[in-house]
Design a protein around this ligand. Structure first.
Ligand SMILES: [Fe+2]
Length: 181
């Protein structure tokens, strides 16, 4: 039986089979996946039972056989946050349950701090994405319940192990402070 996840994989397959730069892929996937975000139980069935209340790792749900994309589920507890990081490839995120806070940053000119660029609280059904460079971000479960999101990466996540390019343990510039001379 075709599941909602199979439908989502088919949409991603259809978009990624057309050769295009990363930003074009992301811009095509966001509207294509609107209304295709699966229900929470569909995703939870695919992760080990102990992880269903939230854990500190990602769960690979699907790797396309040709390695063109992977789909990972993140199950988080309220208040749980990722590191501040960026990626080696494009990423599209679909919020399945909870409220996911996404903060975006850029490096200051001297590279010694991070400047906050945008903060969004995304409810279930939200699809967003980015194409490196300039994709420094942190994701936090900003709700009061378990957060579930799907992260689609333009690579074979099992082959490369992790799509994170770098983590940033740097001070964050307070709002209103000047960062350019
Ligand atoms: Fe990320």
């Amino acid at each position: 039986m075709q599941s909602e996840l199979d439908d989502l994989y088919a949409v991603v397959r259809g978009v990624t089979r057309i050769p295009a730069d990363w930003q074009t892929v992301v811009d095509a996937l966001i509207p294509a996946l609107a209304g295709k975000v699966p229900a929470a139980p569909v995703v939870l069935r695919q992760v080990p039972a102990p992880a269903r209340g939230g854990d500190d790792r990602s769960h690979v749900l699907h790797v396309e056989p040709d390695g063109s994309y992977s789909v990972v589920a993140l199950i988080s507890r309220p208040g749980q946050a990722t590191s501040i990081h960026d990626h080696t490839t494009w990423c599209v995120v679909a919020v399945v349950a909870g409220v996911e806070c996404e903060e975006r940053f850029r490096l200051t000119d001297d590279g010694r701090a991070l400047f906050p660029m945008e903060t969004r609280n995304d409810p279930p059904g939200t699809v967003s994405g980015f194409a490196p460079p300039g994709d420094i971000h942190r994701v936090t479960n900003a709700g009061t319940s378990v957060g579930i999101s799907l992260h689609i990466y333009g690579t074979d996540i099992c082959r490369i192990g992790n799509s994170v390019r770098r983590t940033y343990d740097l001070p964050i510039v307070p709002p209103g402070k000047k960062t350019r001379s």
